[in-house]
Design a protein around this ligand. Structure first.
Ligand code: SDX
Length: 428
């Protein structure tokens, strides 16, 4: 008997089946042979929210939830955050290898020269109300870019794909900055190609009347590190949306817009904004025990805590915590850090959180840094979407070039009524 197999007996028919085990999985389609009769559809796997279902094979990002390991293309996140720039990591995620000097130079040049938006896109953004949420503006505007680049629908053309990938990576900070400037009623600041990726983003956000924006190098580096940490995270909710929408051969602008819409949810990328609201609501350290008790009584969640995969710690949270100290040396202390640290200390000793393996995730400390750097909470998820665009695009491209993949279309267990007699209006 082949060792890497699973033998199951269907007690309804006393039939035994031997299924191959490959990479720790059994193919769901292999279950379809398990039937009670020839006209039986066969067994399906039922897995609401895909708690235990692998949707693809991927060699982009590796996570070990028990050991708190995160690697991009096999490189530990700690090394990349310490020794790379975000655009260097973007190249790694998209092409599979770290760029050499000339590859990085031309990559940075390409991205830098795709930061401008078509003027009609600027006009499109001016249609939003002054208080429109920046994520709503970002999702809509990225989708609108599909109308600016209709050739993007040729998703099987590798050269065309790469052109759209460069455009999206280059333009996300511009769209993000414009959504912020719109919300505060300031004139838009156009990209400055002399500046690095994070510095140019800060320039488009915060340049006022000075002739040339000069970013604080410590804050620019902190932003670059945060971008690296948020770049990809295997098959999270928004990436699964990117793969699903992309599997229908929708163009990358519409697919990224759909993924960003998923990211905006408070259980996903929207959590960093909610963490700040939670810390504001708690207000002081003295209020923490009462707040935690409310959560334990089922009233809301501890935002920034818990993770579907990480069950000991989120390696990104550790790096963000270290980065926070460097930022505060420049910006001055953010008093919310004290509340966050005390909240973490108390929660990590509490049986409720220990039993459920709830630890600070990437969103718990990122918002505190963003606020210290000068971002409003409404912009926090936009700051997540900018770097995650690289991960979405890398995963999208891997899906398109994977011969095993086709249009994503799960099945269901139907629990409704069947073959009902139609009821004419007079009888209802
Ligand atoms: C991100 O998937 C990714 O990789 C995502 C991400 C990425 O990089 O793409 O890492 C980014 O989205 C990070 C997560 C940000 N979200 C939050 O911080 C929101 C708060 N966290 C929770 O909503 C929750 O922990 C999730 C959504 C993150 C994970 O949810 P799961 O895996 O579905 O866990 P669950 O909801 O089934 O919870 C299991 C138990 C439940 O209690 P019981 O019903 O067993 O009594 O833990 C409880 C939950 O109520 N629980 C929490 C909690 N998270 C889970 N209780 C209090 N506070 C929390 N934060």
């Amino acid at each position: 008997m082949e060792v890497n197999t699973l033998t199951v007996t269907d007690n309804r028919t006393d039939q035994t089946y031997t299924l191959p085990i490959v990479d720790g999985t059994v193919r769901s389609m292999d279950m379809r042979q398990i039937r009670t009769s020839d006209d039986d559809f066969g067994l399906m796997m039922y897995d609401p929210a895909f708690m235990n279902t692998a949707s693809c094979r991927s060699n982009i990002t590796y996570i070990d939830g028990e050991r708190g390991i995160l690697e991009y293309r096999g490189y530990p996140i700690e090394e990349l955050a310490e020794r790379c720039t975000f655009l260097e990591v973007a190249y790694l995620l998209l092409f599979g290898e770290l760029p050499n000097e000339s590859q990085l130079k031309s990559w940075v040049y390409e991205i830098t020269h795709h930061t401008m938006l078509h003027e009609t896109t600027r006009q499109f953004m001016e249609g939003f109300r002054y208080d429109a949420h920046p994520m709503a503006m970002l999702v809509s505007t990225v989708a609108a870019l599909s109308a600016v680049y209709p050739e993007a629908k040729h998703v099987h053309d590798a050269e065309n794909r790469l052109q759209q990938i460069k455009r999206l990576i280059g333009k996300m900070p511009t769209v993000a900055a414009m959504s912020y400037r719109h919300s505060v009623g300031f004139p838009y600041v156009y990209p400055d190609n002399d500046l690095s990726y994070p510095e140019n983003f800060m320039n488009m956000l915060w340049k006022m009347v000075e002739p040339k924006y000069a970013a604080n190098p410590v804050l620019a580096r902190a932003l670059d590190i945060l971008f690296i940490l948020h770049a990809d995270h295997e098959q999270n909710c928004s990436t699964s949306v990117m793969r699903s929408v992309g599997s229908a051969l929708a163009d990358p602008y519409l697919s990224v817009a759909a993924a960003a819409a998923a990211l905006s949810g408070p259980l996903h990328g929207g959590a960093n904004e909610e963490v700040l609201r939670m810390l504001d609501e708690i207000g002081t350290k003295e209020n923490i025990p009462a707040y935690i008790q409310r959560v334990k009584n089922g009233h809301g969640k501890l935002m920034g805590f818990g993770h579907r995969v990480y069950k000991n710690f989120d390696p990104r949270a550790k790096i963000i915590k270290r980065t926070a100290e460097e930022v505060f040396r420049v910006t001055g202390h953010n008093p919310k850090l004290e509340i966050a640290l005390e909240l973490e200390r108390i929660a990590l000793q509490d049986e409720y959180f220990i039993k459920r393996k709830l630890y600070p995730n990437v969103d718990f400390y990122s918002g505190i840094i963003y606020q210290a750097v000068g971002f409003k909470p409404e912009l926090f998820t936009v700051l997540f979407a900018i770097p995650r665009t690289v991960g979405w695009l890398a995963q999208w491209q891997e899906m398109l070039t994977d011969s095993e993949q086709k249009i994503s279309r799960p099945r269901q267990v139907y629990t409704g009524q069947r073959s009902r007699r139609f009821v004419p209006m007079e009888e209802r």
